[in-house]
Write a protein that binds this ligand. Structure first.
Ligand SMILES: [Zn+2]
Length: 272
């Protein structure tokens, strides 16, 4: 059982893992308050949007539609791996699901097959909608999959979930009978199928490392979003283990004046 993170902690949980986060409009206070509870939270739910195009997908998830008012999730993960935060609090993403699944999520045990829709999930899960047509042929770029892993791991890390295996990250199809999301090939048409087991495995691996970890070094050192009070020195100290490496960050990002960094700015980090 856990109280939901504050909005700021929610953003930081993802940024700490090197995820690029964009806050859309008044996301902090955009929610379905008055239509049911928000919390206690127990896990993270992954969806696909059945749309294409970043701007219209983000806007749809923010405002919803006639029969289902927004927000339709907390974050929209685009194909480049950017998380667009559209709302915070209760959101219309999970719907009714299986109480046996919820118990397994809370216990972080093996997920049972889903066969009931008897429990409100919108109060219990953080929700990410990932831009994908959902037709089982639209590919999931590796950057998008990595963002799912990192955003989920960040929330699990903050909540101290996932110590015994991260069953607290589930797909919508594992929650509600009849749902098919998420699905599709990773990387390219005909690529390996995206599975929640594979996502959970990667989240588990990630949780063995510090939040700043970049797997395999292939993605370089990741990125960091500047926060209030940061200096290049403090960022280098925290992320690279040495404040003196501030000059490397300045060079990598083409900063003419290393003192002139601003809150919200995304910096590339050199590999360790
Ligand atoms: Zn869904």
């Amino acid at each position: 059982m856990a109280q939901p993170l504050s909005f700021e902690a929610f953003l930081d949980a993802m940024r700490d893992e090197g995820v690029t986060v964009k806050v859309v409009g008044n996301a902090k206070n955009h929610n379905r308050k008055g239509h049911g509870a928000w919390g206690p939270v127990h896990g993270v739910m992954i969806h696909h949007t059945v749309t294409q195009g970043t701007d219209n997908s983000v806007e749809l998830c923010r405002t919803g539609h006639m029969t289902l008012p927004g927000p339709l999730c907390h974050g929209v993960i685009d194909k480049a791996g950017v998380v667009h935060v559209v709302g915070y609090g209760r959101a219309n993403h999970a719907g009714l699901g299986d109480d046996d699944v919820l118990r397994a999520v809370i216990a972080e045990g093996k997920l049972p097959a889903v066969n009931e829709a008897n429990t409100d999930g919108n109060s219990r899960f953080y929700g990410f909608e990932c831009i994908n047509l959902g037709n089982n042929s639209d590919p999931w770029p590796e950057a998008q999959v990595e963002a799912i892993v990192r955003a989920s791991a960040g929330l699990l890390r903050r909540h101290k979930w996932g110590k015994d295996g991260p069953t607290s990250v589930i797909g919508h199809k594992e929650w509600q009978p009849g749902k098919i999301d998420p699905r599709g090939p990773i990387g390219k048409k005909g690529g390996t199928a995206l599975t929640m087991d594979a996502i959970r495995k990667r989240v588990a691996e990630r949780l063995k490392h510090p939040a700043s970890w970049s797997p395999g070094g292939s993605t370089g050192g990741g990125t960091y979003t500047v926060r209030k009070g940061d200096t290049l020195w403090s960022i280098a100290q925290a992320k690279l283990g040495s404040g003196a490496r501030n000059t490397e960050i300045a060079k990598l990002n083409g900063l003419k004046d290393p003192a002139a960094i601003s809150v919200g700015q995304t910096l590339k980090l050199p590999t360790k």
